[in-house]
Design a protein around this ligand. Structure first.
Ligand SMILES: CC(C)(COP(=O)(O)OP(=O)(O)OC[C@H]1O[C@@H](n2cnc3c(N)ncnc32)[C@H](O)[C@@H]1OP(=O)(O)O)[C@@H](O)C(=O)NCCC(=O)NCCS
Length: 160
């Protein structure tokens, strides 16, 4: 329905930050500058509708054959309409093409008891992620924010 998913360009940065700013329950203001900087150097994908960024996914690849989704966000009024899934599908396709076998995502663990993230964890599981760990406290995260660590396999990592 008029939504294009493509790799992000420099001109998409402000649109991505607008999406974060519209989701204050999920992204504190300090994340805006972090994402702005990361968008210059990391790969990202955007969902664009009528010239407006309605969602994005930021990916960091630090090691060979693996990558981490560090941010994912869809405008609040467009959540639950398949945009996040379309973004993750395209990210998985592009990463698999680049030889990535394992994708990681960290999110707020269920033990935090914070309701907004119930849907987020359901989303990652629906995308094929499985939880492998909980890190609490997580270095660099605010106290009281246990990190649920999830991975998805795009390809086998062993023969046979
Ligand atoms: C998480 C997020 C990126 C998902 O994008 P989205 O476009 O809303 O997700 P989709 O519409 O593609 O949902 C896909 C699946 O996720 C699950 N899901 C999504 N929203 C859900 C909800 N409110 N409750 C339960 N499951 C939900 C469903 O299984 C859904 O599939 P279905 O519609 O076939 O049942 C988006 O909702 C968002 O920006 N959330 C706030 C920020 C955030 O949590 N970011 C991630 C931080 S780690």
């Amino acid at each position: 329905v008029g939504i294009v998913v493509r790799e992000a360009r420099a001109s998409d940065v402000d649109g991505c930050i607008d999406v974060l700013a519209a989701l204050p329950d999920y992204f504190t203001p300090d994340t805006h500058d972090l994402v702005r900087v990361s968008l210059r150097t990391q790969r990202a994908w955007v969902a664009v509708e009528a010239g407006v960024v309605v969602g994005f996914v930021l990916v960091e690849g630090r090691y060979s054959g693996t990558a981490e989704i560090t941010y994912a966000a869809v405008r609040p009024e467009r959540r639950g309409q398949g945009i996040g899934s379309a973004l993750v599908d395209e990210v998985f396709r592009a990463l698999a093409e680049a030889g990535v076998a394992i994708v990681e995502v960290k999110t707020l663990d269920a033990s935090a008891g914070y309701e907004p993230y119930v849907a987020t964890r359901a989303f990652w599981e629906r995308c094929g992620f499985r939880q492998i760990d909980c890190i609490d406290p997580h270095p660099g995260w605010q106290p009281g924010n246990p990190a649920g660590v999830y991975v998805a396999a795009l390809a086998p990592t062993r023969r046979g």
